[in-house]
Design a protein around this ligand. Structure first.
Ligand SMILES: Nc1ncnc2c1ncn2[C@@H]1O[C@H](COP(=O)(O)OP(=O)(O)OP(=O)(O)O)[C@@H](O)[C@H]1O
Ligand SMILES: [Mg+2]
Length: 275
């Protein structure tokens, strides 16, 4: 089932704030292993930014730093001009939702309960579950085509179904910024396109999306801002129609290719030449 514009409109209650995210000269490392040094990246406000780059180049690490999961050892990550580490965790979670590359759910939890976890930033001792929370969960499950799984345990659905459940949890969080690490992994072609169209719709409504994608053609077609990374550094960034070239693909991935124009979207379409 392809997500309709009406379905996307049902996400319209996503709050629109001025959440802006950038880094200033950050160094990110695990122990002594430096992944990125002096990295400054500004996520254009209300963009659909896609990060591309080879395995192990530091894409997930950057997303973790941007979402305050790991603290840079030098420099700062700024959310709305303020060091992200100075916010309370629920304050960050009301601005920014993260879909990690892999997630593990607690045992014995149903799909509906997992998606409901997306509402935790809005709950406290005074404010418990409301109709708005219920609506956010139902809407997120509807647009990700997971409603029929709601009473199943999370470990029962297929890999692709489970991936859509995790995405539903992030959508239920209704944050103006969404960071999505390989959201289309495990999905069949219909669900990949459906999801990318959903993200495009959310972006058109004013949300800022930052996704890591391995499919360069999807990246070039859907992103309005692309960041190409290699060895922890940014090699190029900008409109994919301007930056995706045969030279860039060879420099970043070591892959010889030819580039044609996508006949539908008129964006760069990469054809690998093989060895
Ligand atoms: N928790 C960790 N502890 C130690 N090293 C890590 C950790 N997570 C990642 N790394 C290392 O950091 C480097 C960058 O990893 P990262 O996961 O950011 O790459 P990536 O670009 O997301 O790759 P992929 O496309 O495979 O997902 C790799 O060398 C990896 O081994
Ligand atoms: Mg990764």
């Amino acid at each position: 089932m392809i997500t309709t514009t009406a379905d996307v409109q049902s996400q319209a209650s996503i709050s629109q704030s001025d959440s802006q995210l950038w880094t200033e000269d950050i160094t990110i490392q695990y122990g002594d292993h430096i992944i990125s040094r002096n990295l400054s990246v500004k996520i254009p406000h209300k963009s659909f930014t896609v990060i591309v780059g080879p395995n192990a180049c530091g894409k997930s690490t950057l997303l973790r730093a941007l979402s305050n999961l790991i603290k840079p050892t030098a420099g700062h990550v700024l959310l709305d001009g303020k060091n992200i580490s100075t916010y309370k965790s629920k304050e960050v979670a009301r601005q920014l939702g993260l879909l990690p590359q892999s997630s593990t759910a607690p045992d014995g939890i149903t799909v509906a309960n997992l998606v409901a976890h997306g509402r935790y930033p809005y709950q406290n001792l005074v404010r418990q579950w409301t109709d708005k929370d219920e609506e956010a969960v139902l809407s997120a499950m509807q647009v990700t085509n997971t409603t029929e799984l709601s009473e199943r345990f999370v470990d029962e659905p297929s890999g692709g179904q489970r991936q859509r459940v995790w995405i539903a949890m992030v959508l239920a969080q209704q944050t103006p910024l969404m960071l999505l690490d390989e959201p289309t992994t495990f999905l069949d072609i219909v669900h990949q396109i459906e999801l990318l169209e959903l993200f495009k719709g959310l972006n058109q409504q004013g949300n800022t999306l930052i996704a890591v994608l391995h499919d360069l053609n999807h990246a070039a077609r859907y992103a309005n801002h692309m960041i190409a990374m290699k060895d922890g550094q940014i090699v190029a960034q900008g409109d994919p129609r301007e930056i995706v070239t045969e030279q860039l693909v060879e420099e970043v991935f070591g892959l010889k290719c030819t580039i044609i124009e996508d006949p539908i979207a008129h964006t760069p379409h990469i054809i690998p030449l093989g060895r």
